[in-house]
Design a protein around this ligand. Structure first.
Ligand code: ADP
Length: 319
């Protein structure tokens, strides 16, 4: 089945509504990994916007699309860190809620001298996302995208499910980017969303976990597997097509998957077939791999267009 929206939308005029986590990402370079109780100096420290849904919304806006983020942060300094990148990119933030008591979600990455990353994460205010006003959320919206963390637990899950119902009532496309905690911890939920979504995205670890948990990703109308330096694979109607990556010198692959999803969705709402949308996704992912960090590494429209033109890809016309 075709994953494209049922109408052709005026290019760039319609919003993608993005639901999921908004975090502050704290990245610390360790001189050595501490033992419990140590007082350990850091060799470097960096604060950035993060969270998969926030990154997708930011990437969409940087690529020249329109994105509206439904997420919840706290009333704390980390909220300003989280919202900095989407605000600068021009993401519509009127649906972002402030939780009076829970802290903004945080992901603390401790990077050992050898490059190994140890994560400490707190979902905080994300889980408390309360119901959003559907007319405001879907005003001029062409598509609903969910970061799968939104489906794990709490009021956020109920809100996400209500938004999926509403998107279906409005005959809008729904996509989901799977995550390990959902696939491993709530496989029935993962199965249900894969069956409902027009497009399901999974990286290699998520595909393996889905197989182990009995979640048949092939049930998705369009399944897009993100394959790192090998690019992507688009499966629909039982047929899989490989879409090769753009060769780049990769430095840090954080947020590559989010950039890929944004490029894919922007091309999709502009009427591209999934195989072409994956080329735009690959270009956005490849550029993100060349730079350190998450949100600050996300490429602009001109950068992605430039790479597509340089490599002779006709999909440049989509941007
Ligand atoms: P995730 O970040 O979700 O784990 P991947 O690591 O598969 O997803 O990366 C997403 C996309 O980014 C890939 O499908 C590919 O298009 C691009 N990408 C990632 N790593 C590289 C790389 N080393 N070289 C070129 N493109 C890359």
């Amino acid at each position: 089945m075709d994953a494209r929206p049922r109408q052709r939308y005026h290019a760039g005029a319609m919003f993608v509504l993005v639901v999921g986590d908004a975090n502050a990402d704290l990245c610390a370079r360790l001189a050595r990994f501490p033992r419990e109780g140590d007082d350990s100096p850091l060799a470097g420290l960096d604060w950035q916007s993060g969270g998969s849904a926030l990154n997708v919304a930011t990437a969409l806006a940087r690529l020249g699309g329109r994105a509206r983020l439904a997420a919840r942060v706290g009333v704390d300094p980390a909220a300003e860190v989280a919202l900095d990148a989407p605000r600068r990119a021009g993401v519509a933030l009127e649906l972002v809620q402030r939780d009076p008591s829970l802290a903004t979600g945080l992901c603390f990455a401790a990077v050992s001298p050898g490059g190994e990353r140890t994560f400490f994460s707190y979902r905080g205010a994300n889980v408390a996302l309360a119901g959003v006003d559907a007319p405001a959320a879907f005003r001029d919206a062409a598509w609903l995208h969910l970061g799968a963390h939104a489906l794990i637990e709490g009021p956020q899950r109920a809100t996400a499910l209500a938004l999926i119902d509403e998107a279906e009532r409005r005959a809008l496309g729904v996509s989901v980017d799977l995550c390990l905690p959902l696939v491993r911890g709530a496989p029935a939920e993962a199965r249900a969303i894969v069956a409902r979504a027009a497009v399901a995205f999974a990286n290699e670890r998520e595909s393996e976990a889905a197989e182990a948990a009995g979640v048949a990703l092939g049930a998705a109308r369009v399944l897009v597997e993100k394959l790192g330096a090998r690019g992507a694979r688009v499966c629909r109607s039982g047929q899989g097509v490989g879409v090769p990556a753009f060769a780049v010198e990769a430095r840090d692959t954080t947020a590559c998957g989010d950039a890929f999803v944004a490029g894919f969705l922007l091309a999709t709402v502009r009427g591209a077939l999934p195989e072409h949308a994956a080329v735009v996704g690959n270009a956005a992912g490849a550029l993100t791999a060349t730079r350190p960090g998450a949100a600050p590494a996300l490429p602009s429209r001109d950068e992605v267009r430039g790479l597509l033109v340089e490599r002779g890809a006709s999909e440049a016309s989509l941007l």
